[in-house]
Design a protein around this ligand. Structure first.
Ligand code: BG6
Length: 509
């Protein structure tokens, strides 16, 4: 995203001739098969990975490189849902190498070091990107053995060393601080690329374009015109086979602390001076700092949590679990731009439909001269940014019904990525993020202070909910839009959730 550089497709990673090794730790896991390998394959197909970029899988499972290639070929078709042409795959596969070992064990990491040196032809200037696709509980040990064995040391004449870390980054502020300190014992902050895959989504980046490449939105993007903002990330899938992880984390740690607060910071931030990483990230952190802190009591009053019926029966879930699979909350920002504007966030599993949207609801006209029609409710304008699926932007405004006197109803003006750009095939978030990490562009990665601010926001809520007697978990039917108490959160303020879902350019009645 750095503005001074040409479009990334013109600069395949490794194009300057230097060997750049990508090491994926946890290479036999779900993330590698479902996301990372397909993303690297796509980058290669698009000519964005030069030939001198070897990819190394590293995991505890004993396997040869050939077996690893075959495992990945099956994996990306069966799990990743891709259909690569066999001849393309055969051309890509030789760059895949596999070494078995445990990243938490320094002696095994020392052996990996030797393998990397051989693979890199002893080239001191070779760059290395380490991707930790491993359980977060292993980060600490993995990072310290990388440090101990000298795999990530940058010395004069050596290439760069970077580490990519997946979420969840901690489970509260305290654990995130501990993790940040252990990262910083081995890496400088500018070497750490913390991933939030929502930032790799085209439509999330389009939020910046909508706000700052158009002159018409920014003047009304404030408390004088905006009545409320709603961010919905609804998933139709349930916890599936991830129950073991999910039951320990729940929706606030899994989705809200990261993805929804990332989106919120992009909606509310002040305009950055440039798109350079720190310029952008400073503004995002500033926006999070403006969020009014909750006491535990206020947190519980401003949020609801619920579980879909049947969650406790899933394998791996504690039959008495109070882990929320759904949460909704009301937040305020204390700054000039947003004072008094409520931000409603909600996310859940097993909901009616997969849909991620941001709805900016503007104030109603100050004086009504047209007859009201209860069928369509208030006629306020709503700008909806549809993050997925059917990515696009919609503006709801009032229009005169033909041949019905001065009767008025809301209509939608629509922009769909699919029709506007002739493709529904938007790149996967991981493609963009991997490419940026290779290019050293950290704009779409999370800085340590952002992670810490985000935990400060949700920690009081997590603490309040530990008291399951005062704040019992609510229930909702799988396939619904969540519990009634989430509707009550808005109706207390005289508002309701904006309609979510398929518009397809049709008038929405
Ligand atoms: C992940 C969560 O970060 O995001 C998952 O751990 C969730 O629980 C997923 O399903 C949703 O991502 P997307 O891109 O499908 O909206």
């Amino acid at each position: 995203m750095a503005v001074s550089t040409p479009p990334s497709s013109d600069r395949p990673a490794g194009a300057d001739g230097t060997v750049t090794t990508i090491v994926i730790a946890g290479a036999t896991g779900d993330l590698a098969q479902r996301k990372l390998l397909p993303a690297l394959y796509h980058l290669w197909i698009k000519g964005r990975l030069a030939p001198n970029v070897p990819i190394v899988g590293f995991s505890r499972a004993p396997m040869s490189s050939d077996e690893f290639r075959e495992f990945m070929w099956r994996g990306i078709r069966e799990i990743g849902g891709l259909e690569p042409r066999r001849e393309d795959w055969d051309a890509f596969a030789p760059r895949l190498n596999y070494f078995g070992g445990d990243l938490a064990k320094p002696d095994e990491v020392a052996v990996l070091r030797g393998h990397l040196q051989t693979l890199e032809g002893g080239e001191a200037a070779a760059n290395r990107l380490f991707y930790l696709a491993i359980a977060p509980s292993l980060y600490d040990a993995a990072v310290s053995s990388l440090g101990q064995c000298g795999l990530v040391e940058e010395t004069p004449g050596s290439g760069w060393r970077r580490v990519v870390v997946e979420k969840p980054f901690g489970r509260d502020l305290e654990s995130a601080n501990v993790l940040n300190s252990s990262m910083h014992r081995v890496f400088r902050e500018d070497q750490v690329y913390r991933i939030d895959h929502y930032l790799g989504k085209e439509t999330v980046q389009n939020l910046l374009v909508l706000r700052f490449a158009n002159a018409i939105f920014e003047p009304i993007w404030n408390r004088n015109y905006v009545d409320n903002v709603q961010i919905t990330v609804a998933e139709s899938v349930d916890v599936g086979d991830r129950a073991g992880y999910y039951d320990q984390f729940g929706v606030v740690r899994d989705m809200i602390q990261n993805h929804l607060l990332q989106v919120l910071s992009l909606v509310t931030m002040e305009p950055p001076v440039t798109l350079e990483a720190d310029s952008l990230r400073n503004k995002k952190v500033e926006a999070l700092r403006a969020i009014r802190p909750w006491s535990t009591l206020e947190a519980a009053r401003n949020a609801v949590r619920a579980q879909y019926i049947g969650y406790r029966d899933a394998t791996g879930v504690d039959p008495h679990s109070a882990t929320p699979t759904y949460a909704a909350m009301r937040l305020y920002l204390d700054n000039w731009r947003w004072q008094g504007v409520p931000f409603y966030l909600r996310s859940g599993k097993a909901m009616a439909r997969k849909s991620s949207e941001i709805a900016i609801e503007f104030r109603a006209p100050p004086h009504r001269i047209f007859p009201a029609n209860p069928r369509w409710g208030p006629l306020s304008n709503i700008l909806t940014l549809r993050l997925q699926p059917d990515e696009g932007v919609h503006l709801r405004f009032a229009a005169k019904l033909p041949d019905e006197g001065m009767a008025v109803r809301p209509v939608d003006m629509d922009f769909h990525y699919g029709t506007a750009f002739g493709t529904d095939d938007l790149p996967e978030a991981y493609e963009r993020l991997l490419q940026d990490a290779l290019e050293g562009d950290a704009s779409l990665f999370i800085r340590s202070d952002h992670i810490e601010e985000a935990w400060k926001i949700v920690d009081p809520l997590l603490e309040a909910w530990e008291d399951a007697i005062s704040h019992p978990v609510q229930w909702y039917e799988a396939g619904s839009w969540g519990p009634e108490s989430a509707d009550a959160l808005l109706s207390q303020d005289g508002r309701s959730w904006a309609p979510v879902g398929d518009r397809h350019g049709r008038i929405n009645d």
